[in-house]
Each structure stands twice: as C-alpha cells, then as structure tokens.
Design a protein around this ligand. Structure first.
Ligand code: CP
Length: 309
C-alpha cells in the first residue's frame, strides 16, 4: 500500500480548503445519487475505510457506513476509546498504521488539532466527521437540502440563531464560498470562532452578527439552529449557557416574523423545548428529516471527491 497516491490524496477537513467547483460537484453528485440509488454500486470497489470516532453519532456514522456499502466499498467502525488510542498510543503512530490498511479514515474527534495531526501523518484520505471547530459533511447536506427545496443556494438569506458552535463556524465558511447572506443572532459569550469569521469577512463574505434575534428573521429564507449544549461543552457551564440562550429559541412567534416561504433546518439531535419547539420542528416548514436523509446521499459525493473517481 505504501506507493499509493501520496500526491493525489484529497482530504475533506474544512470547506474553505476545497475548490468551490469541487463542492458544487459534490452537491450535484449527492442529488444524482439520491435519484439513482443503485447506479453507482461499484464506485468504491476495492476501497476500504475506517470510521474512527471518539464521540457519539447516529446520523454521521450510519450514513457513512451505508454510503460506503452502497458504493461497493468496505468499512470498519473503530471506537477510539476501545482502540490503543484510548490507552495513549500516539496519533502519529495510529495514522501511519491505519493508512497502510485502508484508503480513507473518517474521523469524529473532539479536537480539530488532533484531526489535523492525524491527517498530516496519514497516507490516505481523511474526512472530518465533526470536530470542536467544524462539521463540513453536515453543511454539505444542509446546502443540498436547500438546493432541492429552493432550486438554488445563490443569494439566499440564512438566519443562524443560537450558539456560535462548530456548525455555525461551518456555515460561515459556506457563506464565504457560496456567497449567500448569513445573518447570525448569537449572544456575545458564545460567538463563533474568531479566526473563521475574520477569514470569511476578509474574503468579503456577506455575514452580519448581532445579539438581537429580531434583526435576522425578517428576510430569512431559512432559519437554522442547533443544540445549545454541544458534545464538547464543559459540564459545569451547561445551566448558565442554557439560561443565556433561552431568548434564542426558534418558536412559532419567531416564525411569524419571517417571510411565508421561510423553512427550518436543524442538524439533529434536537432538544425539543429548548432551542426549538415541537410546533416548529414538526411543522411543514421544517426540513429536518429531509436534511438528515441527505446526509446519506451527500456522503457519497464526498467519498467520490476524496478518491477522485
Ligand atoms: N448531525 C449529526 O452529526 O448527527 P450525529 O451526531 O447523530 O452524527
């Protein structure tokens, strides 16, 4: 396996490291794969991947495992806590060894720094399945969903409401790349990553940040939120954080201030009654299950991109 690829390895770690046209190709392939569920069954023939996760997952794990199987590849799930990583084996040694076995490693890791260290020591493709800083596979599925629903993602108005977490950071990168308007209502204590934001604004991204939720909804085509307490948040600050975010709940009253066509996205899992009410998440405006389904289809586009096939 050693002579494999090195110069041709493509990672999928952050959206802003990938060419805009390539991201559009991923999106287009996701749509094609959704409409032709059996048409690409040999695409990953003879390809093997590992899912190396150190945090829980329902959608990301299952959609990747199914996508790999449906494309004719082979995958192994490895829980880092029960591997030698959990006993202190170095990331470098783990990356060197695993990349001699497989063609790609899909990593969910609490530390973006560790993910980069793995990728820097790996001789195979590395895919970011969520870190403390970003969740690029999720946002590609979200964009696919909006593209299906609205016919285009050009010039749309996205309102992000709530915590400035890893998903919010990735919306910032997506806005920079695709050029849509991103209006964020986030309390100052929970602002998105400053470096991601600066980079996007330096690149003329159309992003506004306010603390006032009413400032972002009047022209919104889509309201997006996420759980207020992420997997990486410290246990001790939970109650205080929830209290501050209470005024950022997405509810019917908020939706009354949006245009009639506005839709709702949430990457799930949701904490019903906290960041979103049952009335909104179960309403016809909510695309959350379509969004979750699209994880499966877009993963196929991401895998195709990584292997240049
Ligand atoms: N949205 C998302 O990443 O879901 P999981 O945590 O279930 O993978």
């Amino acid at each position: 396996m050693q002579q494999k690829k090195i110069n041709t390895i493509k990672n999928f770690i952050n959206l802003n490291e990938i060419d805009r046209d390539e991201l559009y190709n991923i999106l287009t392939f996701g749509l094609a794969a959704k409409n032709d569920k059996t048409g690409y069954s040999n695409l990953l023939k003879n390809k093997s991947l590992i899912l190396l996760f150190d945090e829980p997952s329902t959608r990301t794990r299952i959609s990747f495992e199914l996508a790999i199987n449906q494309l004719g590849g082979h995958c192994i799930f490895l829980d880092s806590s029960t591997s030698q990583l959990g006993r202190g084996e170095s990331i470098k040694d783990t990356a060197k060894v695993l990349s001699r076995y497989v063609d790609g490693v899909i990593i969910r890791n609490a530390s973006h720094k560790d993910l980069n260290e793995f990728a820097n020591n790996s001789d195979c493709s590395v895919i970011n399945a969520l870190t403390n800083l970003s969740h690029p596979c999720q946002i590609m599925a979200d964009l696919m969903t909006l593209h299906e629903h609205m016919g285009s993602i050009e010039n749309i108005n996205i309102a992000w409401v709530g915590d400035g977490n890893n998903v919010a950071n990735t919306w910032i990168q997506a806005s920079q790349i695709f050029g849509f308007n991103l209006n964020m209502a986030v309390p100052s204590q929970f602002s998105p990553n400053k470096n991601y934001l600066k980079l996007a604004l330096d690149n003329k991204a159309k992003i506004n940040i306010t603390e006032n939720i009413n400032d972002v909804v009047s022209n919104a085509d889509c309201i997006v939120t996420d759980t207020w307490v992420s997997m990486n948040d410290k246990e001790t600050n939970k109650e205080e954080k929830i209290k501050i975010l209470e005024q950022y709940q997405v509810n019917e009253k908020l939706f009354e201030k949006t245009p009639k066509h506005a839709v709702f996205l949430h990457c799930l899992p949701a904490h019903r009654g906290q960041e979103v009410t049952n009335e909104v998440i179960d309403s016809p405006r909510s695309l959350v299950y379509q969004q979750a389904e699209n994880r499966l289809h877009i993963q196929k586009g991401i895998l195709k991109y990584c292997f240049g096939i």
